[in-house]
Ligand binder design. Sequence first.
Ligand SMILES: Nc1nc2c(ncn2[C@@H]2O[C@H](COP(=O)(O)OP(=O)(O)OP(=O)(O)O)[C@@H](O)[C@H]2O)c(=O)[nH]1
Ligand SMILES: [Mg+2]
Length: 146
Amino acid sequence: MKKGKVMIIGPIGSGKSTLTKRLLEDSSPVTKTQALTYMDWIIDTPGEYSENPMFYRSLMATSLEAKILLVIQDATRHHQLLPPNFSQGFPLRSFGVITKIDHPDAHIEQAVQLLRQVLPLSEIFQVSSVTLEGMDELREAILKVI
Ligand SMILES: Nc1nc2c(ncn2[C@@H]2O[C@H](COP(=O)(O)OP(=O)(O)OP(=O)(O)O)[C@@H](O)[C@H]2O)c(=O)[nH]1
Ligand SMILES: [Mg+2]
């Protein structure tokens, strides 16, 4: 059966494209995302789309093509840029993903709290695109849904 799609949103530099490549087991180098990028079953978005409300409509429209929304929280960041309950405006299932858990500056508990502001009810996964910790678990949970 043809797979549904997963749309990944989150701030600039939070690790969306690196995560995309790890989930797809694609070892090609990661470059700055300039536009909506379709790769197999993943729709990667530029961080600017999550940081600037001017792009929210575009994210909403694109999300209609997806079955799951992945909202990324970088474990090394101390702020939440998305508005409270943001994911509830999207008509699809969402998962939270905390990235960079391998990083020496990672604050995982804080990241969970920040993500909960946007995703009060969703499952939250913790991953590293460096050590690959949590990656198989996240991929399996996604593939079960799409
Ligand atoms: N330590 C660590 N660094 C990571 C991890 N994932 C991504 N990075 C680094 O974070 C930086 C940004 O990664 P990207 O995947 O390009 O981030 P992005 O969210 O796609 O950024 P935009 O395309 O600008 O929105 C890069 O230097 C990555 O190497 C991780 O799991 N651990
Ligand atoms: Mg990117």
